[in-house]
Design a protein around this ligand. Structure first.
Ligand code: GLN
Length: 480
């Protein structure tokens, strides 16, 4: 088997038994990236020098017979909205085109400590705003299963890199589905952890009450390995939670399980072929002895408008810092520039630096927060958010987990939805409630329609990542 097809534990075994060195492994991945990524465009930056120096460090440790962590020497890629010190961090925006990160995000610090090898930074929708990876200022990433189709977004580069074996695993971020949707479209595993479980220090903020970093991997076992390394309290993130219960008890056998199927997630307009694959997965759990119970989350229909009011409002505040002075294009020195005042600096930098979707959201968010409209939009949305959260609390009194599709369709064609923001936003209808409620959810491959992967979503109660990963294993399909 090619070195680039191994799981994390298999690679670890190979390194420890000296079947190959970390440097050889890194070179193998970098060669593959050179060959394959021309077609897919999952990378924005390849950090070859960093990767080589990290790999050499691990080889030294192995030659000295030192113990190494499971992630030591394992090549990874990082969504380009997470800071890696001294490496460019663009958030796929022109406004940060030349921005070099001046510190490591907490998750990166943890991965570096574990000895991982960072191959590069991956493409995304600009500032993680999008569902297809087409909103990147540097061009869309293409779905490895069909190059004419989108990867899903916003962590499309990370999902495609995992699917095409261009890395051992990846990190993504999920504000309204950005780990789970691309994982589903590309046929990989993606975990959106409970809000507050993984530090967001060093993540370029989009909507701070929703953003979470999580792993994107080939297998569930890999997902668990990475999650265990990146999770945990961090004094640098005030939303990070100090908890002992990060791994609550796991159901012993599927026959102990009560699985809820929310009826609002099987709606008209859903691709019947996708529905068939999801129903097949549900049947598998039933065959294993799990009790399948239909449940209702009655406020689901409000999730999309609530999400777009809250996320855009928070985004409009978070993106205010890109003012052309501390960050930005700073073209203002050019002779031809018409810049005469501070306002001109803002207008020129933000006008040229942000793409259309980002501008649209800043305008909507600013409007929703403005005096006179705040109560009608933002405050109202926060109240409905509470109702959505309570829906989940109520069903979790009756069931252990929920099973749903990740998306109503498989990967759509590049260009198909880009001119219609509303139809693009509808791709997120099954993923955003989870962020509004702060819950953990897993996306995992559960079949295909033609050559296109379908994703199953397992939603758990807060801090039950371990449980949803265990439950996912029951239908895991490892692809090679
Ligand atoms: N697609 C959603 C949006 O555009 C979610 C993005 C995300 O999770 N970062 O807002």
């Amino acid at each position: 088997m090619a070195l680039t097809s191994l799981t994390i534990s298999q690679t670890h075994q190979g390194l420890v038994k000296k079947k190959f060195s970390a440097l050889e492994l890194t070179k193998e991945y970098l060669n593959r990236i050179k060959k394959e990524d021309k077609k897919i465009h999952s990378f924005l930056t390849v950090s070859e020098n960093l990767a080589f120096s990290q790999a050499r460090e691990i080889d030294k440790k192995i030659s000295k017979k030192e113990n190494i962590d499971l992630l030591a020497g394992i090549p990874t890629v990082i969504k380009d909205n997470i800071m890696v010190e001294d490496i460019k961090c663009t958030a796929a925006s022109k406004i940060l085109e030349n921005y070099i990160a001046c510190y490591d995000a907490t998750v990166i610090e943890k991965l570096k400590k574990a000895g991982t090898v960072i191959l590069g930074k991956t493409n995304l929708d600009e500032f993680a705003m999008g569902s297809s990876c087409e909103n990147s200022a540097f061009g869309a990433t293409k779905n490895p299963s069909d190059l004419k189709r989108v990867t899903g977004g916003s962590s499309g580069g990370s999902a495609a890199a995992v699917a095409a074996n261009l890395c051992g695993y990846a990190l993504g971020s999920d504000t309204g589905g950005s780990i789970r949707l691309p994982a589903s479209f590309c046929g990989v595993v993606g975990l959106k952890p409970t809000y507050g479980t993984v530090s967001r220090y060093g993540l370029i903020a989009f909507a701070s009450s929703l953003d979470q970093i999580g792993p994107m991997t080939e297998t569930i076992e890999d997902c668990k390995i990475v999650f265990d390394v990146i999770k945990g309290w961090d004094e640098m993130d005030s939303t990070s939670i100090k908890t002992q219960s990060l791994s609550r008890s796991v159901a012993k056998s599927p026959s102990d399980l009560k699985i809820g199927i929310p009826k609002e997630y099987f709606v008209k307009g859903m691709d019947p072929e996708v529905e068939k694959q999801i129903k097949k997965a549900i049947k598998k759990y039933e065959d294993e002895g799990a009790k399948i119970i239909e449940v209702s989350l009655p406020h689901t229909e409000y999730a999309l408008p609530v999400y777009y009011i809250i996320s855009n409002s928070e985004a409009s505040a978070n993106l205010a810092r890109y003012d052309g002075i501390r960050y930005g294009k700073s073209k203002v020195k050019s002779q031809k520039s018409k810049v005469k005042s501070l306002l001109d600096v803002y207008l020129e930098n933000r006008g040229q630096g942000f793409g259309d979707e980002v501008k649209r959201r800043i305008m909507l968010g600013t409007y929703a927060l403005s005096a006179g409209y705040y109560d009608a939009y933002y405050l109202k949305a926060q109240k409905v958010r509470t109702l959505i959260k309570e829906d989940f609390e109520n069903v979790f009194k009756k069931v252990d987990v929920l099973l749903t599709p990740v998306s109503p369709t498989t990967a759509f064609k590049i260009g198909e939805k880009i001119d219609n923001p509303l139809s693009m936003y509808l791709s997120d209808i099954f993923t955003i409630s989870v962020n509004l409620a702060g819950l953990p959810a897993l996306s995992l491959p559960c079949g295909k329609v033609g050559k296109l992967p379908v994703g199953l979503q397992i939603i758990g109660q807060p801090f039950e990542e371990k449980r949803i990963l265990e439950i996912g294993k029951i239908i895991e399909e490892v692809k090679n």
